[in-house]
Design a protein around this ligand. Sequence first.
Ligand code: 5GP
Length: 167
Amino acid sequence: MHILIPADDIQRRVREMAAEIERDHPDGVHMIAVLKGAFVFLSDLARAMPGRCSLDFMAVSSYGTSTRSSGQVQLLKDLDSGLEGRDVVIVEDIVDTGLTLAYMQQILRARSPRHLRTACLLSKPSRRQVDVAVDYTGFEIEDQFVVGYGLDYAEQYRNLPHIAVLD
Ligand code: 5GP
């Protein structure tokens, strides 16, 4: 395993993203994190935003224990509250094929938020299978499997403060 993005770089970029999100949401923001991978990103992002901010969580099916996407998305846990008229930001760990995010955006848009935007810490543009809008991107990376800062391999490594590549 080697470090791809050091913890300090992540912290700096997350603070920049938090400032951008706050600037775009002067009336406050409702942030929806996609479990489990986005929990660390959400936690740092939310703490860098001193303004009005509420949180909710969703869980969708993901990679399981392999490093390849199944391409199938399933809703495992829904939100606790409705979105009508609210300024919503989806908080995702990583956009790979884009299938998960496209699914999330589709079902959340149907709940009539005032705005629906998306913040992703990492993006692998070369892997994209569907064209999906991401308003705030932390880092673009190559096509490689990464762990740390919430991201796992077989439920391990989520606790690392940096992003690492499994060799
Ligand atoms: P997509 O639907 O865009 O192909 O995949 C999105 C989900 O796949 C992410 O939320 C994440 O759970 C998982 N994923 C994609 N790439 C990686 C990666 O490099 N490392 C890890 N740990 N998970 C990934």
